[in-house]
Design a binder for this molecule. Structure first.
Ligand SMILES: O=c1ccn([C@@H]2O[C@H](COP(=O)(O)O)[C@@H](O)[C@H]2O)c(=O)[nH]1
Length: 271
C-alpha cells in the first residue's frame, strides 16, 4: 500500500500521531538482555509488540544498527513489523543524499533490502539526488527541512533571498518535488515557530517531528504550530524517552506506558 495511505489509516485506526523511534543502545538495555547474542532484535521486537496499537509509525535509525553490525537484526525487525503489525508504516531514518547513480543504490537499500515504507533524505544535493526515491510513488520520501539539533540553524537559517533556507527547501519540495504526493518534511519539535512557518508553506503535507522527550521539545507548542487543517499531518517522534522508560524485565510495559502517555497528551491538545 502507498505510504501516505498507510499513514492516514494508522493515524485514524490508532488515534495516534506518535512515532516510536527505534534507536537501540545496548548499554541501556535491561540486565536480562545484556550479553544475549540477539539482544538488539529482541529488545526492539518487544518494544514494537508493546506499542504497535499506539503509534502511527515506527522509525528505526540505521546508524544505531550499523554501528553494532546489526543490519541483519534491522532487516528482521522490519519484516517482523510487516508480519505482525501490518498497516503500521516503517520509516527508515537514514538521511541519505548522494549523486543519482549512487542514490539509486540507497533507494534499493531502503526499499528492497530493508522493505521500509519511507526513508529520510538530506536534500542538500538537490533534485537529482532525490529522484530515485521520488519516483517510487508508493514510498514516502521525508526530507530534512529544519532539524531539531542546536546547530541546525548554521545553514538552515541562512538568508536565501529574504527567507531562510529551510523555508526555501519547504517551498521547493512542496511545489516541484511532490508530483507523486509522496513527500514529507523533517521539522524539529525544538523549533515550534519555524515548524509553524513550514506548515503555512506546505499545507497538509505530513511533517516528521523529532525532538520530543529527550531533546525537550514541547508537545503543546508543536500541536499549536504544526497541526494540519485536517487535524493530523504530524508524526511526532520520540525514541529514548520511550525505549528506556524502564530498565527492568518490564521494560516493554514501561515503554508502552510512556507511548500511551505521549499519545494521550497529544490528543488532549488536538481536541
Ligand atoms: O532533526 C532531526 C532529525 C532526526 N532525528 C532523529 O530522531 C531521533 C531522536 O531521538 P530522541 O531519543 O527522541 O531524541 C534520533 O534517531 C535522531 O537521529 C533528530 O533527533 N532530529
Amino acid at each position: 500500500m502507498h505510504f501516505m495511505q498507510s499513514l492516514q489509516d494508522a493515524w485514524n485506526r490508532n488515534q495516534s500521531l506518535v512515532c516510536v523511534g527505534l534507536d537501540p543502545e545496548p548499554a541501556k538495555f535491561p540486565a536480562h538482555l545484556k550479553g544475549r547474542p540477539d539482544a538488539v532484535f529482541e529488545f526492539c521486537r518487544d518494544i514494537v509488540d508493546a506499542t504497535a496499537d499506539l503509534v502511527c509509525t515506527f522509525k528505526p535509525q540505521i546508524a544505531h544498527f550499523a554501528a553494532l553490525r546489526a543490519e541483519d537484526a534491522l532487516e528482521r525487525l522490519i519484516a517482523h513489523i510487516h508480519d505482525r503489525h501490518p498497516g503500521v508504516p516503517v520509516i527508515l531514518d537514514a538521511k541519505r543524499g548522494d549523486i543519482g547513480s549512487t542514490a539509486q543504490h540507497y533507494a534499493s537499500e531502503a526499499f528492497e533490502r530493508y522493505r521500509a515504507d519511507a526513508v529520510t533524505l538530506n536534500p542538500y544535493l538537490g533534485r537529482d539526488s532525490a529522484q530515485p526515491f521520488l519516483e517510487r510513488a508508493d514510498k514516502g520520501v521525508i526530507l530534512l527541512c529544519r532539524t531539531s539539533n542546536p546547530g541546525g540553524a548554521d545553514f538552515q537559517a541562512l538568508d536565501c533571498g529574504g527567507v531562510p533556507l529551510y523555508l526555501r527547501v519547504a517551498e521547493t519540495i512542496a511545489r516541484d518535488w511532490n508530483a507523486n504526493g509522496n513527500c514529507a518534511l523533517v521539522t524539529g519539535a525544538t523549533w515550534p515557530e519555524e515548524l509553524g512557518q513550514v506548515r503555512d508553506v506546505v499545507g497538509n503535507m505530513p511533517l516528521l517531528v523529532p525532538g520530543i522527550g529527550a531533546q525537550g521539545g514541547d508537545v503543546e507548542a508543536v500541536l499549536q504550530h504544526g497541526l494540519a487543517a485536517d487535524g493530523a499531518g504530524l508524526m511526532i517522534s520520540s525514541s529514548r524517552a520511550i525505549l528506556y522508560a524502564g530498565s527492568g524485565e518490564d521494560f516493554a510495559q514501561a515503554a508502552r506506558a510512556a507511548a500511551q502517555a505521549l499519545r494521550d497528551t497529544i490528543n488532549r491538545h488536538r481536541a
